[in-house]
Write a protein that binds this ligand. Structure first.
Ligand code: CIZ
Length: 330
C-alpha cells in the first residue's frame, strides 16, 4: 500500500461517507486496504455477526458492507430500517451457494423430527426456514445444549465444521454436504512438512478445514478466536489455515511475529482458491467509491427478515446467557 496514495484515498473516503450519511464496515477477509479504510474512517472490521450488530449501533442511514452477500443480508436482517449496500452483489460464498432454499427445505422435510441449525454462511431465505443460526464461535455449546434437551439436529451447510462439532461433542447430526472452497484446499502432508521445517511454531486452523488439517492445530476456532490466539501465542512463527485476508489484523497486533499461510498446494491440489476467497477479493476501492452508482443495495422481503431475525436472535440470546454463565464459572 503506497502511503501517499492511501492518505488521498482515506481523505476521499471520509468525505464520501460523510456526504452520503454512510458507514463502512468490513470483514477480516477483505484486502488490507479496505480493512484499513474501514478502521480509519470510523467504521469497524469484524466477523459477520459483529459486523451486523455494529450496524445496529450506528446513526448513519446507509451501511456499506465490505464482505460477501450473506454478510450484507445478515446486516439487513438486523438493521431493516437502514439501507444496506455491498461492494459487489456477485461476491458470494461457496457454502451459501451449496445450499439453496428449495433443496434445503426438501432436506428438512426428510427429517421432520430434527431441529435445524445453520451456519452464518447461508442466505437469508435459508436462515428464515431454520430454527437456529450459529457462528463457529458458539456452534459447539449450542449443539451440546440442544442435545442435552434430547433434540436431534440437522446441521448445514459446512460438512467439515459439522464433523468437527461431532468429533468434539460426540453428538451425531444429519449433515448437509457443503464446503468452503478456500478451507477445503489446505493440505495435510504439506502442512506437516512446514511444521517440521519451522520447528518452533503454532498452528491456527479455522474449523471449515478438513479433519486431518484440524488434527494438526494448536488452536481451532472462528476468525476472532484465531486473531486473539495469534496475539497471545508465544511462538515466533504462526501458521494460519484460513483466508489470507486475516493476516492484516494478525500482523498489526504482532508485527514481530512471522506469519505463514498453511499450504494449499501439493499432491492432489486443484488450486481453486490458494488460500484466498475469490469473492472476498472482489471488494475493491473503485467499487467502494462507486457504490451509489450501481445496484448494490440489499433488499429482502418482510417475511424473510422476520423469520431469519428470529433464528439469529435465538443465537444472540443463547450466546449472551452462555457467556454470563461462563463468567460466573471462571
Ligand atoms: O462469520 C464469519 O465472519 C465467518 C465467515 C467466519 C468466522 O469464523 O468468523
Amino acid at each position: 500500500m503506497n502511503s501517499i496514495d492511501y492518505k488521498e484515498k482515506l481523505r476521499f473516503v471520509k468525505n464520501f461517507l460523510k456526504s452520503n450519511d454512510a458507514k463502512l464496515i468490513a470483514h477480516y477477509y477483505v484486502n488490507s486496504e479496505i480493512q484499513k479504510l474501514a478502521e480509519d474512517s470510523g467504521g469497524c472490521v469484524a466477523d459477520s455477526l459483529q459486523m451486523a450488530k455494529y450496524g445496529t449501533q450506528q446513526k448513519e442511514s446507509n451501511i456499506i458492507i465490505a464482505g460477501v452477500k450473506f454478510m450484507g443480508e445478515t446486516s439487513k436482517i438486523l438493521n431493516p430500517e437502514k439501507n444496506i449496500y455491498v461492494l459487489d452483489k456477485d461476491a458470494t460464498c461457496s457454502l451459501d451457494e451449496s445450499c439453496d432454499v428449495k433443496s434445503f427445505q426438501n432436506f428438512i422435510d426428510l427429517h421432520p423430527d430434527r431441529e435445524v441449525v445453520v451456519y452464518a454462511n447461508t442466505s437469508a431465505k435459508v436462515k428464515a426456514i431454520s430454527d437456529w443460526v450459529v457462528t463457529s464461535s458458539i456452534a459447539i455449546p449450542l449443539v451440546e445444549n440442544l442435545a442435552s434437551k434430547g433434540k436431534k439436529i440437522i446441521w448445514a451447510p459446512d460438512k467439515y465444521l459439522g464433523s468437527y462439532i461431532e468429533d468434539q461433542t460426540g453428538i451425531d447430526m444429519v449433515v448437509w454436504n457443503g464446503a468452503c472452497i478456500v478451507h477445503e484446499e489446505y493440505k495435510t502432508l504439506e502442512l506437516k512438512n512446514l511444521i517440521a521445517k519451522l520447528g518452533d511454531c503454532e498452528v491456527l486452523v479455522h474449523p471449515e478445514s478438513p479433519r486431518s488439517v484440524i488434527q494438526l492445530a494448536d488452536v481451532v476456532g472462528s476468525t476472532t478466536k484465531l486473531i486473539n490466539a495469534s496475539q497471545t501465542s508465544k511462538a515466533k512463527n504462526i501458521i494460519v489455515a484460513t483466508d489470507s485476508g486475516i493476516f492484516y489484523q494478525m500482523k498489526k497486533l504482532s508485527p514481530e511475529k512471522n506469519f505463514h499461510e498453511a499450504p494449499t498446494e501439493g499432491k492432489g491440489a486443484t488450486c481453486k482458491s490458494c488460500g484466498r476467497c475469490p469473492w472476498m477479493n472482489m471488494n475493491t476501492y473503485q467499487k467502494l467509491i462507486n457504490i451509489f452508482n450501481s445496484d448494490n443495495e440489499i433488499h429482502l422481503d418482510d417475511e424473510t427478515i422476520h423469520f431469519a431475525k428470529k433464528s439469529i436472535n435465538r443465537m444472540i440470546e443463547f450466546e449472551d446467557r452462555y457467556y454470563i454463565k461462563q463468567k460466573r464459572v471462571s
